[in-house]
Design a protein around this ligand. Structure first.
Ligand code: NDP
Length: 287
């Protein structure tokens, strides 16, 4: 079925979302602060609203994909949201999601916060693995899930409107840890006669093989027994840290990416947890 919707923000991501909905036959009204940036979509069948008020008035379902949470507040400051369903695909923090939910409710709108786990080229391709976390109104999610599923897969993570952002940021934080490790690895090899293009597939298969370790960590966190099924204990791992740091020195590479994590491992070992793996570092970071 065709669900008409309004999209606020036709930046790189917003444009990709609009194209996916248009391609699937959903009527889309778009608004962008800089009107020129919405023009290309008019040629593809979108209706370009002259003002945010007009855009919000056009459809019950209003999707926002703006730069940050401040932009959402600014763009919608004078809009009449009563009777509207606002889905906020703008990246933000959990607290911003909760505050935006209360703000929307006070204006008479139902609200879903969302976190997009994709880059724009992945939008609208069912096989890309792209998906979006949603949290907030369960009724709104149920009513809109089909149209929301057009640009990317959907994953509803609860009524707490902060949970979409929390899941989004947690996954992206893990990604940055991985990028940091990849950066260090390339720095180690770059002065040698090893081609980055030959090395990269090795990195990918190793990281892929190691990723399921997160499942074991989850198991230990839930059982509270951090020594459960440990194959590489912390005492052994910390003894190995010296090898990593010395190799960095030998290759003339800064230790600054590895150091913070190693420092935490060493603190946990010093606290007497040599028979665990690295799960206890989660406790050191805070709870
Ligand atoms: P862009 O920088 O391409 O677009 C930003 C959009 O926000 C533009 O439409 C811009 O309007 C608008 N905007 C900025 N400030 C304001 C404001 N004060 N009032 C009204 N509109 C404003 O960013 P993206 O489209 O890439 O990103 C949009 C959201 O999607 C972000 O929250 C981002 O984190 C998220 N996202 C992006 C990904 C990506 O890879 N691109 C991946 C996952 C999530 P104008 O044209 O007038 O400047």
């Amino acid at each position: 079925s065709r669900t008409p919707l309004t999209l606020l923000g036709t930046g790189t991501m917003g444009t990709a979302l609009a194209r996916a909905w248009l391609a699937a036959g959903h009527p889309v009204t778009v608004w962008n602060r800089t009107p020129a940036r919405a023009e290309a979509l008019a040629a593809e069948g979108a209706t370009v609203a002259a003002s945010v008020a007009q855009a919000v008035a056009a459809n019950r379902l209003v999707v926002a994909c703006l730069l940050d949470d401040t932009s959402v507040g600014e763009a919608l400051s004078d809009a009449d949201l009563s009777g509207r369903d606002l889905v906020d695909l703008t990246t933000g923090t959990p607290a911003q999601g909760r505050a935006r939910a209360a703000w929307a409710k006070a204006r008479g709108a139902r609200f879903l916060d969302a976190g997009i786990m994709a880059v724009p080229p992945m939008i609208g391709s069912p096989d890309s693995g792209a998906f979006v976390f949603y949290s907030g109104s369960a009724a709104l999610f149920e009513e809109c899930r089909d149209v929301l599923a057009v640009p990317a897969g959907t994953r509803y993570v609860g009524t707490d409107p902060g949970f979409a952002a929390l899941h989004d940021v947690a996954l992206l934080s893990a990604m940055y840890g991985m990028f940091g490790g990849v950066t260090h690895a390339f720095a180690l090899i770059r002065r040698e006669d090893i081609a980055p293009r030959d090395f990269a597939p090795l990195l990918v298969s190793w990281l892929t093989a190691m990723a399921p370790a997160a499942l074991e960590t989850a198991d230990r966190l839930e059982s509270g027994d951090y020594t459960k099924n440990v194959v590489s204990n912390l005492a052994m791992q910390v003894a190995g840290n010296a090898t990593f740091l010395r190799t960095a020195d030998e290759q003339g590479v800064s230790q600054e990416l590895l150091r913070p994590y190693f420092d935490l491992m060493e603190r946990r070992l010093a606290d007497g947890h040599g028979d665990e793996d690295t799960t206890g570092v989660v406790d050191l970071l805070g709870r």
